[in-house]
Design a protein around this ligand. Structure first.
Ligand code: AHM
Ligand code: MG
Length: 342
């Protein structure tokens, strides 16, 4: 890998080109997908920055000064990604958390060999209170033979991802991605409109400082989940207590834990027996990033990236972050499998 330090100015474009050169067989198609995603991220970041002004600049149902209907931000983000990606000739289909079925490539455009799956604006319910939100994306290679992508192409285990990442729209906008050669983070410099390499080769600490979980569900947790949380809090077992940090916006919680060390948990509970988060749009892309940074991700029993998806909007419990803390979850559930769901 080309070595860069955080002090040399490296645009995301230059970085992607340099990575591509390391693979003489690369066609440049995957690089194109990453550029287009960076472009969509800039468009979304621009809107998110103005979100507090929605009522002043025009409510969602109103026409703005150009006569366009103002859209809700998650609809805007969904459309921005589709429009940035559908004509490049690199994708054969897309799927979004915001759309019920596969999003085809429009007639007249070339179909490529990749599929894109994404959550356009995760945590969008937090926008009104100025909490960071994010975009999460995953790229897999087409496995069926026809021109267009099919359901079989979308429903591949996460270990087959060729790229994944997220954008966090926080105090600055960052794009973090992996193509299986480590995890790299780029911060948007809004004055020049470029993502610059700011966090090369991110590694997650082996043992975390933070626990991110919504413990208002505690009354509905099963016994192993309650035990696990007591272990994380240092009330049982050997583990030093973790500090609780929960934003309720997955990308923000994950990003903090990736940089500082920690574990994010969204276990099943009696009211949500299969959890809340989506395997294909949230869990798998973040699991690929996390593993590449030296961390782990599981549904409590299996390695996340080995789960065989059965439907597009499948939900899954999620334990993701520092390796030893994710392993503690797996051990705790394995040791008390008779009590899972009790
Ligand atoms: P969304 O995809 O509808 O935005 O929901 C996902 C969000 C995550 O960002 C966050 O981790 C989770 O929902 C929070 O859920 P809860 O409020 O149940 O703790
Ligand atoms: Mg989401």
């Amino acid at each position: 890998m080309v070595q860069h330090t955080a002090t040399s100015v490296v645009t995301i474009e230059r970085f992607i080109i340099e990575q591509e050169r390391l693979h003489p067989e690369a066609t440049g198609e995957l690089s194109g997908i990453l550029y287009d995603m960076a472009l969509a991220a800039k468009m979304i970041a621009n809107k998110v920055r103005l979100s507090g002004l929605a009522d002043i600049l025009g409510a969602t149902e109103n026409a703005n000064v150009q006569g366009e209907i103002q859209q809700k931000l998650d609809v805007f983000a969904n459309n921005a990604i589709i429009k940035a990606m559908d004509h490049g000739g690199r994708l054969c289909a897309m799927a979004s958390e915001e759309e019920p079925g596969i999003i085809p490539i429009p007639e007249g455009f070339r179909c490529g060999k990749y599929c894109l799956l994404f959550d356009p604006l995760d945590g969008s319910s937090n926008i009104d209170v100025n909490v960071p939100v994010g975009t999460i994306f995953s790229v897999v290679q087409k496995i069926t033979r026809g021109r267009a992508g099919e359901m079989e192409d979308m429903l591949q285990p996460g270990r087959r991802q060729v790229a994944s990442g997220y954008v966090i729209y926080g105090s600055s906008t960052m794009l973090v991605y992996t193509t299986g050669q480590g995890v790299h983070g780029f911060t948007l410099d809004p004055s020049i409109g470029e993502f610059l390499l700011s966090h090369p080769n991110i590694r997650i600490p082996d043992e975390g400082r933070y626990l991110s979980v919504n413990d208002s569900y505690e009354a509905n947790w099963d016994e192993p989940t309650k035990l696990l949380m007591r272990k994380y809090r240092g009330l049982e077992g050997e583990r030093k207590p973790l500090s609780v940090r929960y934003v309720g916006s997955l990308v923000a919680d994950f990003h903090r834990n990736l940089l500082g060390g920690g574990v994010f948990c969204y276990p099943w509970n009696r009211k949500m027996p299969i959890g809340k988060l989506r395997l294909l749009y949230e869990a798998n892309p973040l699991a690929f990033v996390c593993e590449q940074a030296g961390g782990g991700a599981s549904d409590g029993t299996h390695r996340m990236l080995d789960i065989m998806p059965t439907e597009l909007h499948q939900r899954v419990p999620l334990f993701i972050g520092s390796k030893r803390d994710v392993d503690l979850a797996i051990q705790t559930y394995a040791g008390h499998s008779e009590l899972v769901g009790a």
